[in-house]
Each structure stands twice: as C-alpha cells, then as structure tokens.
Design a protein around this ligand. Sequence first.
Ligand code: NDP
Length: 254
Amino acid sequence: MSKPLALLTGGSTGIGHHLVTALVEAGYAVAFSYRASPAPAEALAQDLVARGHAARALACDVGDKVQVEAFVGAAIAWAGQPPSLLINNAGIQAWAPLLDLAEDQWDDVLRTNLKGCFLNTQVVGRIMAEAGQGGAIVNIGSGCNKLAFPNLVSYTASKGGIEQFTKSAAVELGRYGITVNCVAPGAIATERTAEEAPDYAASWAPITPLGRVGTPEDIAGPVLFFAGPGARYVTGQTLWVDGGVFSRAAWPYS
Ligand code: NDP
C-alpha cells in the first residue's frame, strides 16, 4: 500500500470516529482499535472502504500488552509497511467523589487512559525507531491535563499523566526523529457527553470564549498539524483545542 499508515486507538465512537475519517481523507491508510463497540467500528471501516479509502477496524484492549502487539502487527501486515503516525485517543471516565471512588474504577481509568497510551507508544515507538524513518505520535489529553475537575479524580490523574508522558516520550524518542505531542480538547459534543449531560452544549457554551462547545471536527485540524510536515520541529507540546475555556480564570465577580 502506498499510503502512509496511521494507527489510532478508540475509533469506534466520538472524537476517534471522526479522526479516522479525517485521516483517510488526508491520505492515510488507517488501522484503528475498538474494545466494546464492534458494530460502529466495522460500519465505519466498511463505509470508508466503499468510498475508496483504506481503513481497517481491529479489536484491541489498549490496556493489554499482548493485544496491543497483535493490533500493531495486524495493522503492519495489512498495510505492508511500518506506521508513520500513532494517535492515542482511547479514553474512559469514572464519575465519583474521591472519597467514594471504587478501586476498580481507578484501575480501569488509569489502565485505559495512561497505560494504554504507554503500551501503544512503546510498541509503535520501537517499530518506528527500527524503521529509521521517524514518525509522529499524538496523544489526546484534556483540560484535566492541567486543571482538576470535581468528581473526576482518576480521569484528572490520568490526563495529568498524559501531559508528562508526552514530554518524557518526546525527550526519549527525539533521537529517532519521532515527535510526540498532545492535543487537549475542551468541551466537545459527542454521543458520550450528550449522554452524560443532556444540557452539555448549553452549559459549556456560555463559559467558552468562542461561544460554543467544540465538535469532533474541531480536533482533526490540530491533530493533522502535529502529524504533518509543518510540525516536524515541534515536540513535547500540548495544544489546547478548547475555544479558550481553560484559559479563563474562575472569577468571583460579575
Ligand atoms: P468516546 O467514549 O466516544 O470514545 C472513546 C473511545 O475509546 C471509543 O472508541 C472506545 O471504544 C475506546 N476505548 C475505551 N476503552 C478502550 C480500551 N480499553 N481499548 C480500546 N479502545 C477503548 O469518548 P470521546 O470521543 O469523548 O473521547 C475520546 C478521547 O478524547 C478520550 O481520550 C477523552 O478523554 C478525550 N476528551 C474528550 C472530550 C470531550 O468533551 N468529548 C474532552 C477532552 C478530552 P469502545 O466503545 O469500542 O470500547
């Protein structure tokens, strides 16, 4: 396959689902993972293939090293080349006060969001380093990279970890010509956020300087920037894609 290979974790729904489409439209062959939602993942791949793109959905739990190795191996066999881009997007949340959060909820979130990012980066990073052609890795963070959200302690800790993991990986992989950056979305309207809060858009739009919630489409441009030639000397950075909401101070005056 002549198209460069991009891997993406968590492409079955939400932001990842849209990123898969944006990547194939940008000329990548895209292999993406899913865990619990095979139907939308397979439907997306079939739809993109029917439109002449190269897309492949593969089951893989990002927190399981054996499955991550199998995912990456299957993607390389499919594309006939090593990946030039990895997007660590898969993520989950557990809403509970710190004093009530169950141990297994903490473990699930850290395992998916942080360990998953580590495992995919390590497996893909080794292959990129051996191939000797550089590459780009983009981690999907959150406002929680730097800000504490109430009742979201495990998620906040995991995304704070993503912030520092991005820098560590950038420092260690730079010698191989691999860039590692983070896109940190603000409030993005997805099926999940609509389920969690039916008034999501109405709640976030008034406190967002650009006056609206974001869409998955808003995330694609910054991801493609980090993946592309315009960012070849950019690494270890986090770009906020939040309509300005996380630049805003909590303010007690009207
Ligand atoms: P979704 O719940 O819609 O998507 C999450 C994706 O991750 C799904 O494709 C899901 O696949 C996948 N996933 C979850 N666990 C695993 C696992 N163990 N292995 C493989 N895949 C897994 O959420 P969003 O699109 O909203 O979020 C995507 C990313 O964006 C996350 O990292 C999130 O933290 C971040 N983000 C989102 C914001 C928002 O407002 N929406 C704001 C800030 C950050 P499946 O269903 O098949 O398990």
